[in-house]
Every structure is written in structure tokens, then in C-alpha cells.
Design a protein around this ligand. Structure first.
Ligand code: BES
Ligand code: ZN
Length: 464
């Protein structure tokens, strides 16, 4: 007896209630990187744990050195395998600059457009709470319509993905056995476009560094001391500018060790995608590609390593003007990695480079913010082939295989530590403004994402 039609109906019938549940999740400001929000992150873990328990899963919240991990397990399933591990994150990025938000980032709302489409606006709507809920709602619909899940499911929700996943190792050491599965499903990436689903084949790695330079031991009058005392902002700017050459290449010695050229087959596949560089940049108000000369935009974001300055502070940045010669300046710098680039070697090379440019009477302090290597996924398994087929049934067109410029540290850790492969299916769009003001998630992504997972889970259990 077919089950899937009833499950898809249950997904559709639950739409308003599902949105209400997503909104409750979105109202909790679970900003993992800012210690001031630690209580909210914990509250968010407890909230989502309770929601998972309400659909009949066995739930545990594991404390870590940082924010908690939430693990939920199915009790029963129609088929005995494969056992899938779903991963998502319940933490979100900081909201600043707050004044650029049109509405309160933690007061989610639906904005309907003239053309009949609608978006959900809130911090975390796309990255990653909305995406997490597509899977949770698909599970809920299976249980509601058929009494159980198609296959055994474990759900793992992390609370510090957005701050570099510092507690993964400790959690895996202490509780690695609770996430045993045949393969992982990860919902934290984008579609190809609004009509075309995608499965990600690569993620870049990331090294995060914060550097603080101190020159004079106190702030000074820039008239009394300027010209004689060194300015840390100017020194820092010079150091940061020296990280790239005129061809957009990173200058750190050994930086390109382990960076492969993409294969002809991959190049042909990417050339076959209908991608317009000018539209991609045009969407964000730009027209001149930056970065390495002689590389395509897709290659730059999917297959090349980068160095970006994510933040810089120092001196007087308040209203008006202040003639100060500051004592300190600092910057947050991240490197995106590909191939087999070694995060620790890159951190070391960066620190050595800064130290070499530092005058003997100045000081530097470094603070690390995560390190994860790049990941290439195996897309030859049944996890991917069945997901592709199910996606095609929902979307009416084939899913494309794409690279991803972003990073999700746990995906590489799953493989290195447990030999666990991941199937990465996400329903975000490039214009969702993740990490940016006015983040949104398309209502259609939420609805079709839920239906897609319902189909994918059915496919794994050979249930139609
Ligand atoms: N959802 C993103 C990852 C992502 C971004 C995938 C864009 C595909 C396209 C994730 O939440 C994220 O932002 N990760 C961080 C990880 C970092 C802090 C280690 C990232 O990529 O900056
Ligand atoms: Zn993110």
C-alpha cells in the first residue's frame, strides 16, 4: 500500500502549524559566538529538544565545553535500514549592523510579494533554522501519516557551527557512539536556483584568526605624538594589504601547497551549468570580478582558497571626530581552504608573516577561531542516488551537483573520524542574505524542502 501520498498530504496540511513552530524557534536569539547570548543558545537547544520529543523521538541534550548538542533518535521504522544521521545547526550569526534590518531580526514575519511568492524574514530563517525544520517537519509528517519513520533516523543539532565548531572533538570523544549511522544528511547549503535543487560535492575549509597589534602602551594625542609614535592601525593595514599580490594571490609561503587544479571533467560539468558571472555580481551591486586573475567566478568560490578580512577595529569610530593616536588595532581574518591545504600550517604561516613585519617595540596577540580542512564528498553511493531521484520527483527537474564556497566543519570531521559520508541537500538561495541584515527564507523553499525530505526518507526505505 503506497504511503508517500498520505505523507505529502500531511506535509501540506501542516503548513500553518509548521510555520508557527519555525517562528517559535526563530524567536530565540541563539547567537553562538557572543558569550552574552549563552543562555539563549541553551534555551534554544532545550526548545528544539522538546519539539523533537513531541514528535515521538528519544531526545538527549549533551553539554559540551561550549554550547550543547541535541541528539534525537527514532524508536521505530518501517524498514530496518539504512540508518541516517541528519545534521543541522540551531545557532545563528550575530545580527549587526542592526540598523540595516527593516524589522526585528528575532521577530520573524512573512512578507508576501505581488507575484504571489512569499519570504520568511528573520536571523536564522535560511541559515539554518528554516532548513533544520524542513527535515523535522518531514519526520513529523511520516510519523503522523504512517505511525513511524521509513528508516532509522538520528538527528544531531549543533549549537556552535557559526563559531567554528570548537567542541566537536570533545563531543565525539565522549559520545561519538550515539551518532553511529550508515551515512549523514546535511541541510545547510543552497540550491542551484529557485527552481533547481542541488547536491553539494565540496565544501571549503576555514581557518579563523584574530590579530591584535599594540604599539604605544596608551592612547595618545595625535598632534603631540603623531609622526614619532607608531600608529597600529597603519601598521595593521600594511600587514593586511601585504597578504595578497597584484594578481590576487595570497602571499603566505606554502599557502598553495595542496591546492589542486580542477579536473577537466569537473570543469566541463561546471561549464555545463547555466551560470552568468555578471548576474551573480550584479545581484550584489558589483560588476568587476575581484580575486585571482585568470580564474572563473565559479572556480574562485568553489575551488580556490582565499584570505578575507572579516572585521577591523581600532581608534575612534564613534560620532564626530577625535584626533587620537590609538594604542591598539585588531582584525579578524579568515582563510578558506581547498584540496589538502593544512589549516594548522596556514595559521602558522600567517602568524610568522605578521611577526616578521612587526617592529621590535610593538606587540602582537593572536586568538584562534576554528580550523577545518576542505571536504570532498563521495557522491557515488546510494544515499546520493536515491536523494537525486526523489529530488527530481519533487522539483520536476534533475538535481545538479555543485561546489559550495562555504564551510561546515562537521562534514569533514564525520568522514575523518567515523568514515561517515554525507549527502548535502540544502534549500537556501544565494540571495537569502545569510550572515547579513534582512536574512530571509523563501516560503516555497520551506514547503518544497519539507516535501523533498519526505520523499528522500521514503526512497531510503524503498517506500512509495
Ligand atoms: N550554511 C553555512 C555554510 C554555507 C554557506 C554553505 C554558503 C553553502 C554556502 C554555514 O552556516 C556557515 O556559515 N558556516 C561557516 C563556518 C565557519 C564559521 C567555520 C562559514 O562558512 O563561514
Ligand atoms: Zn552560516
Amino acid at each position: 500500500r503506497p504511503m508517500l501520498p498520505a505523507v505529502l498530504n500531511a506535509c501540506d496540511a501542516a503548513r500553518d502549524a509548521a510555520l508557527e513552530r519555525l517562528f517559535t524557534f526563530l524567536r530565540i536569539p541563539s547567537i553562538s559566538t557572543d558569550p552574552a547570548y549563552a543562555g539563549e543558545v541553551k534555551r534554544c537547544a532545550e526548545h528544539i529538544a522538546a519539539d523533537l520529543a513531541a514528535i515521538g523521538l528519544d531526545v538527549a541534550v549533551y553539554p559540551t565545553e561550549g554550547h550543547p548538542m541535541v541528539v534525537a533518535k527514532s524508536r521505530e521504522s518501517h524498514a530496518s535500514g539504512p540508518h541516517v544521521l541528519f545534521y543541522g545547526h540551531y545557532d545563528v550569526q550575530p545580527v549587526d549592523p542592526l540598523d540595516l534590518w527593516e524589522t526585528d531580526p528575532f521577530d520573524p514575519r512573512i512578507v508576501e510579494r505581488r507575484d504571489g511568492t512569499a519570504k520568511i524574514v528573520a536571523r536564522g530563517s535560511s541559515d539554518d533554522k528554516g532548513q533544520v525544520m524542513t527535515f523535522v517537519e518531514a519526520c513529523r509528517a511520516w510519523i503522523e501519516a504512517t505511525g513511524k519513520l521509513p528508516v532509522p533516523v538520528t538527528i544531531l543539532l549543533e549549537g556552535e557551527e557559526e563559531s567554528g565548531s570548537p567542541s566537536l572533538d570533545g563531543f565525539f570523544k565522549a559520545h561519538g557512539d550515539v551518532i553511529a549511522a550508515d551515512f549523514a544528511l546535511v541541510c545547510d547549503t543552497s540550491q542551484w536556483d529557485a527552481e533547481t535543487p542541488a547536491i553539494a560535492t565540496t565544501l571549503r575549509g576555514l581557518v579563523g584568526e584574530e590579530v591584535t597589534i599594540t604599539c604605544a602602551d596608551k592612547d595618545l594625542h595625535s598632534g603631540s605624538f603623531g609622526g614619532a609614535a607608531r600608529n597600529p592601525i597603519q601598521l595593521l593595514a600594511k600587514i593586511l594589504a601585504s597578504l595578497h599580490d597584484d594578481d590576487g594571490r595570497v602571499t603566505l609561503p606554502g599557502f598553495y601547497d595542496g591546492v589542486p587544479e580542477i579536473s577537466d571533467a569537473l570543469r566541463a560539468m561546471w561549464d555545463g551549468l547555466d551560470f552568468s558571472e555578471s548576474d551573480f555580481l550584479g545581484e550584489v551591486g558589483l560588476s568587476i570580478p575581484a580575486g585571482e586573475t585568470g580564474r572563473s567566478v565559479l572556480e574562485k568560490i568553489w575551488a580556490r582558497p582565499t584570505c578575507e578580512v572579516n572585521g577591523i577595529t581600532g581608534g575612534y569610530t564613534g560620532k564626530g571626530f577625535k584626533t587620537v593616536l590609538p594604542s591598539k588595532a585588531s582584525a579578524k581574518v579568515s582563510f578558506r581552504l581547498v584540496g589538502t591545504q593544512d589549516p594548522l600550517a596556514i595559521r602558522k604561516a600567517f602568524r610568522a608573516h605578521v611577526e616578521a613585519m612587526l617592529p621590535a617595540d610593538c606587540k602582537v596577540e593572536f586568538h584562534e577561531h576554528g580550523a577545518s580542512p576542505a571536504t570532498v564528498l563521495d557522491v557515488s553511493g546510494e544515499g546520493v542516488s536515491k536523494a537525486r531521484q526523489a529530488l527530481e520527483e519533487e522539483w520536476g527537474r534533475p538535481a545538479v551537483l555543485v561546489g559550495m564556497g562555504g564551510s561546515i566543519p562537521i562534514v569533514g570531521a564525520f568522514k575523518r573520524r567515523f568514515g561517515l559520508d554525507s549527502v548535502m541537500v540544502g534549500y537556501a538561495l544565494d540571495n537569502d542574505q545569510i550572515h547579513s541584515p534582512n536574512e530571509k527564507y523563501e516560503l516555497a523553499s520551506f514547503i518544497k524542502g519539507t516535501r523533498s525530505w519526505a520523499r528522500i526518507l521514503g526512497a531510503y526505505g524503498n517506500l512509495s
